[in-house]
Structure formats: structure tokens, C-alpha cells
Design a protein around this ligand. Structure first.
Ligand SMILES: NC(=O)c1ccc[n+]([C@@H]2O[C@H](COP(=O)([O-])OP(=O)(O)OC[C@H]3O[C@@H](n4cnc5c(N)ncnc54)[C@H](O)[C@@H]3O)[C@@H](O)[C@H]2O)c1
Length: 358
């Protein structure tokens, strides 16, 4: 029997992994304890995501906390060597939240990842392991790049080698201000690399920019594109925080991210680290994204502006994905920014909500 295991299976990335892997495996096993609601309140609930994955015929759910070693072990021991692929997407994803509870953030993101890695090594060591890491591991290092301010965005000096394709994996990690989220994600990222490099497991580490899709319960502290559209559809003001709203992010549809993980699983390179994002064609500042969404849908976005930026929140990030595309030429993102925005618009327009988007 061929089995895929997905942690965080009720969330954005995990849910998409379940749906896309279900036709390719005999069984998809998900681990998620619904903790997103604990982080972000009812608006962050993944109950809808959980109901959707539960409808997948060959899906089996375990409400397991990834910090719980005995529970994680119990699931993986039973599945054993039939597990061919593990996607670790359970996590606490917000910078702001991590500052309030750094200990819980570290336990979920770093210890949780290590717990799952260790259990996979002991019970299904031949499986491919994909860790969903984040560009936040670099903290504010990208802010040291020579940036210029234009009317609608922060932009990298055109003479800089990262200008055309974005930031590659050679960017430094040290001498940075870094949110606690960056600390916990980097710890998991390094532990995962060592399981590939030192212990020979088929581990890949994917440092993602902004990922989104209808499976994301966008809230003020996480999932800005989803939250922007959710707020606009409800007529609620969207909170723009710092940098004049000109901070630039590249946006990747979760379906494209999961397709990249699938490509990796077919020919894994142990311990390798990749930047994965939408790249320059799918990059926009918050102001540009608002204008694009308004143009596309005719819906006006009301927003409130707070001038104080979030801690260690860089003004510019675009992922250079050329290393991944060199190693896996079969992959390129299928969904452009307009597609991402219209999909989110259709999604949030069709959802009846009893809670405010925050
Ligand atoms: N969405 C993004 O823009 C983005 C960008 C870069 C990296 N990432 C990383 O990708 C991963 C997945 O992100 P996402 O956007 O799907 O987030 P998400 O919040 O939608 O999904 C994470 C899931 O993990 C679950 N979870 C949290 N703590 C858990 C625990 N202790 N045990 C079991 N399950 C738990 C949550 O309930 C949620 O369903 C995160 O680690 C995040 O840091 C996300």
C-alpha cells in the first residue's frame, strides 16, 4: 500500500496536499489538531478545511498534536514502511503571534517538526519528507538590500543581481532582526536539513514566500491576500501595516506549491533547500494588490493604515525559484495573480460567515 502523510491537513497547504495527493496514493493520512483557531480565534478556524478533507474518500484523519511524541509515534508506527511521502505543514505561521507566546511557537514549529522527523526516521525512514519552511527564516536581512521607493512599491535597485529573478538561496542568514517565528522556523529548517545531510533521509526544505488559496482562513495576523479579499467582500476595512503599504511580496497559489513538492518526491535530493514562491511575475506591493483586486472585481477595498511596521518585516521579498526549476524542470506555477485573486473572490463571496474577518 502507498501512503502519504500530511501534517496540518486542515490548513491551507496541508489541505491542498490532501486533495492533490489523494488520486496518487492508496491512502492519505492527515494529522491536525485544529490549533489555528487557538492562535487566531474563530475567524482562523480550520473547521471548514477539515470538513473538506474528510470528504476525500481515501483520507483518514487523526486529531493529533505534532508536539505529542507518543501520539505521532502511534500513527506512524502503525503505518510503517508503506509511507512513501510526508509533507510537514502543521505550524504556527504568524510573526505577531510568535512574539506573544515564543515558547508555544517554538514548541509547535521547531519541536513539532523534530518530533515528526524523528518518528518518520524510526518508522518509515525511506519516505520522502517535505518541510514547508518560510522566507521568514531570513528575518529582516532582505531589508539590507539596496531598495528604492517608487510611487506604489519598494523595489530593489535594478543594478543588483537579485533584481531580475528575486532572492536566491545564497542570501545570508546571520546579522538579522528576526521574529520568534523566524527562529522557530529556522530551527525546524536546520533540523530537517541535518536529517537529509547527516542521516540520509530524503528530506527537502522549501522556504516559501506568501502562499494563498481558498483553503486559507485569512486573518489580520496571517494570510494577507486571503484576509484582504475576505475583508473586501465583507465591506470591512483591511489593516495595512507599515512601509506605506508599499511592501512587496511574491504570491504562490497553494496548488502550485503542492505540485512542486510532488515533483521533489519523484526525485528527491536529500537535505536540499529551495526558495519557492510566485517569483517576479506574481509579486506586488499591498497597494498594488489592492488596486489590482479592485480593477478585477469592481469591489472597493477600504483600508486602515498603521504606520508602525511589524517587527523584522522586510520591505521587499521576491523568491528566486531558478534552483528548484533547474532541478525539477517539470514545475512552473500555473496560477497567475489575477487567477489567485479571482479564485479568492469567488471563494469568499460564496462563504456565509457568522464571525467578522478580524
Ligand atoms: N501561508 C503562507 O503564506 C506560508 C508562507 C511560508 C511558509 N508557510 C508555512 O507553511 C506551513 C503551513 O502554512 P499554512 O498557510 O497552511 O498554515 P495554516 O494555519 O493554514 O495550516 C497549518 C495547520 O496546522 C495545524 N496545526 C497548528 N499547530 C498544530 C499542532 N501543534 N499539531 C497539529 N496541527 C497543528 C493548524 O490547525 C492548521 O490547520 C506553516 O508552517 C507556515 O509557517 C506558510
Amino acid at each position: 500500500m502507498d501512503i502519504a502523510v500530511v501534517t496540518g491537513s486542515a490548513g491551507l497547504v496541508g489541505g491542498e496536499a490532501v486533495r492533490r495527493f489523494a488520486p496518487r496514493f492508496d491512502l492519505v493520512v492527515g494529522l491536525d489538531n485544529g490549533m489555528r483557531q487557538e492562535f487566531f480565534g474563530p475567524a482562523g478556524s480550520v473547521a471548514r478545511g477539515l470538513a473538506e478533507v474528510r470528504r476525500v474518500e481515501n483520507y483518514r484523519h487523526h486529531s493529533v498534536d505534532v508536539r505529542d511524541r507518543a501520539a505521532v509515534d502511534g500513527v506512524l508506527r502503525t503505518l510503517g514502511a508503506d509511507v512513501r511521502l510526508v509533507v510537514h505543514a502543521a505550524g504556527q505561521p504568524s510573526r505577531a503571534w510568535s512574539a506573544r507566546q515564543p515558547l508555544v511557537d517554538f514548541a509547535v514549529n521547531a519541536v513539532g517538526a523534530l518530533t515528526v522527523l524523528d518518528s518518520v526516521r524510526r518508522h518509515c525512514g525511506e519516505a520522502v519528507f517535505a518541510l514547508v519552511s518560510a522566507a521568514q527564516v531570513y528575518g529582516d536581512v532582505p531589508d539590507a538590500l539596496p531598495l528604492v521607493e517608487t510611487a506604489t512599491r519598494w523595489e530593489l535597485d535594478p543594478a543588483h543581481p537579485f533584481h531580475e529573478h528575486g532572492v536566491d538561496e545564497s542570501i545570508r542568514l546571520d546579522r538579522a532582526d528576526r521574529a520568534f517565528l523566524g527562529v522557530s522556523k529556522l530551527s525546524a529548517d536546520l533540523a530537517a536539513q541535518e536529517h537529509g545531510r547527516q542521516l540520509g533521509m530524503k528530506v527537502g526544505v522549501f522556504r516559501c514566500g506568501s502562499v494563498t488559496g481558498p483553503g486559507q482562513a485569512g486573518v489580520p495576523e496571517h494570510g494577507f491576500v486571503s484576509h484582504l479579499v475576505r475583508s473586501a467582500v465583507r465591506g470591512a476595512p483591511y489593516p495595512v501595516v507599515g512601509h506605506g503599504g508599499k511592501q512587496v511580496r511574491d504570491v504562490l497559489d497553494a496548488r502550485d506549491l503542492v505540485d512542486a513538492l510532488w515533483e521533489f518526491s519523484l526525485d528527491p535530493r536529500p537535505g536540499e533547500v529551495y526558495h519557492l514562491g510566485g517569483g517576479r511575475e506574481r509579486a506586488a506591493s499591498v497597494l498594488e494588490l489592492i488596486a489590482r483586486y479592485e480593477h478585477l472585481t469592481g469591489v472597493e477595498v477600504r483600508f486602515d493604515y498603521s504606520p508602525r511596521p511589524r517587527f523584522a518585516d522586510p520591505r521587499w521579498w521576491i523568491s528566486d525559484t531558478r534552483k528548484f526549476r533547474r532541478d525539477y524542470p517539470g514545475w512552473s506555477p500555473a496560477h497567475d495573480l489575477d487567477d489567485v485573486l479571482s479564485t479568492l473572490h469567488r471563494h469568499w463571496s460564496g462563504v456565509q460567515e457568522v464571525v467578522a474577518p478580524g
